[in-house]
Design a protein around this ligand. Structure first.
Ligand SMILES: Nc1ncnc2c1ncn2[C@@H]1O[C@H](COP(=O)(O)OP(=O)(O)O)[C@@H](O)[C@H]1O
Ligand SMILES: Cc1ncsc1CCOP(=O)(O)O
Ligand SMILES: [Mg+2]
Length: 275
């Protein structure tokens, strides 16, 4: 990748409209993060309108965070409509290992919708790739963590999952891996404290959809640039916290850091390598 800043600048120029079928925990933060990057959010999850809403948008983010039987038809119809129109579609398989319902829905989505990218933590991606994970909630299980000695195995896993699905796969955590079937970017950045703010993963998935809409010809680079931007926002936001502030102020500082981030700042602050 030559210039992650350029991918951010293109988001600001295009101002993509991103349709989110997402969870009620973090929906407002996802909307504000999209506004911060210069994109435009819309949340709409009723089966009566999901496909039509998507048709008027530039990208679609499907998030399983508070999955309900009512919205499964919406996920499917919006995903298929976006495919017909050639819009990028991002899957965030929140807590996919926590219930059979989530796992079954995620598998049905992967079978019937062509995703441009799948973004999740390592436990979620392991579950989707049909490996074992002990995670029962929405956060990664520490036992799944990608340590240096497990890096090669993790890269092989996501590359083969990428080949199988045709999607760019982004696994985030202390180290982030972003791969298509051949290449894998390793992104080092962010802050461990980002795990204490609910919604940083959901925000990154929506940001990924915006970056893909603005950079349709280079999906691997677009997703990597989105990951770099979120990581850098986590670092800048942390530096901007005042003494005594906690995770809610940190949430706001992360979103504000995206709001103020320039292409050249991302260019300087992004830490990624093709490994
Ligand atoms: N231990 C960590 N160190 C640095 N950055 C982290 C850490 N954990 C998460 N992040 C960052 O937080 C953001 C959300 O990722 P993650 O916590 O993996 O998603 P999720 O909330 O879906 O589990 C990403 O930008 C990721 O790189
Ligand atoms: C806590 C919680 N429960 C269902 S969705 C959700 C938010 C998950 O957000 P993220 O994966 O971005 O931390
Ligand atoms: Mg998540």
């Amino acid at each position: 990748m030559t210039a992650p800043g350029l991918y951010l600048d293109r988001v600001r120029q295009k101002q993509p409209l991103v349709h989110n079928i997402t969870n009620y925990v973090t929906a407002n933060d996802v909307a504000n993060l999209l506004l911060a990057v210069g994109a435009r959010p819309i949340m709409a999850d009723d089966p009566a309108e999901a496909a039509q809403i998507t048709a008027g948008c530039d990208a679609l983010h499907l998030n399983l965070g508070t999955l309900s039987s009512r919205t499964v038809p919406s996920l499917l119809s919006a995903g298929q409509a976006a495919n017909r129109l050639g819009h990028p579609v991002v899957l965030d398989p929140v807590g996919v290992g926590a219930s059979d319902f989530r796992a079954k829905t995620a598998r049905e989505l992967l079978k019937t919708v062509k995703f441009s990218a799948v973004r999740g933590n390592i436990s979620e991606i392991r579950t989707l790739a049909a490996l074992h994970s002990a995670a029962h909630g929405v956060d990664a299980d520490p036992a799944d963590a990608i340590t240096e000695d497990r890096m090669d195995a993790a890269k092989d896993l996501i590359r083969s999952f990428a080949r199988r699905t045709g999607a760019v796969i982004a696994v985030t955590g202390a180290v982030d891996l972003v791969a298509d079937g051949q290449r894998c970017f390793v992104v080092r950045g962010g802050r461990p404290e980002m795990g204490r703010v609910t919604g940083t993963g959901c925000q990154l998935s929506a940001l990924t959809a915006a970056f893909l809409a603005a950079n349709p010809d280079e999906p691997l680079e677009a997703v990597t640039a989105a990951v770099c931007a979120m990581d850098l926002a986590g670092e800048l936001g942390w530096d901007r916290l005042a003494p005594g502030e906690g995770n809610m102020a940190y949430r706001d500082r992360i979103i504000d850091s995206i709001y103020h981030m320039t292409g050249s700042q991302l260019e300087k602050g992004a830490r990624f390598a093709l490994e």
